[in-house]
Write a protein that binds this ligand. Structure first.
Ligand code: SIN
Length: 297
């Protein structure tokens, strides 16, 4: 298994501190409220592809400044099914109130954002406005490492498969959020969530050419031309395999922390372990491409 801990190429415009063997780069020397030049952006894009998640501590951002920061990585995508922040149609505010007791928190199951779309988002930019004193971390998995660790036989099998993705289990009329009362958020369940979209089970990272195991618990519901029941054993294995500790990147938020993750090569989960605390995050997503697979070599 190749490790993310090896610094692939030096960075000239900022300092990189890796959080875990699986990746996660804390970037120092970048003020996200200011426009960044072409050279800085080229290095940030490279770091994002190699380390999966970039973290910027102690940033002071208005919604407009966060939007301007994220737009430097590409056009923004709107998030279906969720009421945006007033005045900012691209932005979603994730709020969990102090008194909420519901077991399910928003983002509290392993997933990759919006893989039910024809062109799932390239990345997600999340900014902490209010963080619990204890808990409320986010954990990501590095799906490039997850693919590399599979046996050659399994890799060859998966390379030929396509997976059907759907928002049904979350936002459909019988989905998780249909009878949910996430107090701080407005979620619109809809029949539209029943739609399915096919993506390759293994996708190629368009920037570094690496193979990515492209499945997730929430939206990848079955293999193409197979039933959900037939697909479940292998999908469950692949998801459990993806969550192995050595593929994980865990981040402890503080108010003012900004994260940008590569949604092409990760799954993530918002840990639900902070009863009695309020947590407020502003989220943007960056439009992506249709996934494709080209064997490495
Ligand atoms: C998300 O799943 O998009 C949100 C993650 C988080 O709130 O930590």
């Amino acid at each position: 298994m190749s490790s993310q801990a090896q610094d692939l190429q030096p960075y000239r415009h900022f300092t990189v501190n890796l959080l875990c063997g699986a990746g996660g780069a804390e970037i120092s020397g970048v003020d996200a409220s200011q426009p960044l030049g072409a050279e800085v952006m080229a290095e940030l894009r490279r770091a994002l592809a190699d380390y999966c998640v970039l973290f910027f501590r102690d940033q002071t951002l208005t919604p407009a400044q966060q939007i301007a920061f994220a737009r430097q990585f590409g056009a923004l995508a709107e998030t279906p099914f969720i009421q945006p922040l007033e005045g900012h149609p691209e932005m979603m505010r994730i709020v969990r109130e102090r008194q909420e007791t519901k077991k399910q928190n928003f983002g509290g199951r392993w997933h990759t954002d919006m893989t039910f779309s024809e062109a799932p988002v390239l990345g997600t930019c999340l900014y902490s406005r209010e963080s619990p004193a204890v808990g409320g971390d986010t954990i990501w998995t590095n799906q490039m490492l997850a693919f590399d660790a599979l046996s050659p036989g399994m890799q060859r099998t998966l390379e030929k498969l396509r997976v059907m993705h759907s928002a049904r289990r979350s936002y459909g009329p019988k989905g998780t959020y249909a009878d949910d009362d996430l107090k701080g958020m407005r979620i619109n369940v809809s029949e539209i969530a029943e739609r399915e979209t096919a993506h390759p089970c293994v996708r190629t990272h368009p920037e570094n050419g690496r193979s990515i195991l492209f499945v997730n618990w929430v939206y990848a519901i079955r293999f193409e031309d197979m039933t959900e029941e037939e697909s479940a054993p292998l999908l469950d294995f692949l998801n459990r395999h993806s969550q192995r500790p050595e593929f994980q990147i865990r981040f402890r938020w503080r108010a003012g922390s900004l994260a940008l993750w590569d949604n092409r090569s990760t799954q993530h989960i918002a840990v639900n372990d902070y009863p009695g605390y309020r947590r407020v995050m502003d989220r943007l997503t960056i439009a992506g491409d249709k996934p494709f697979y080209r064997p490495q070599g």
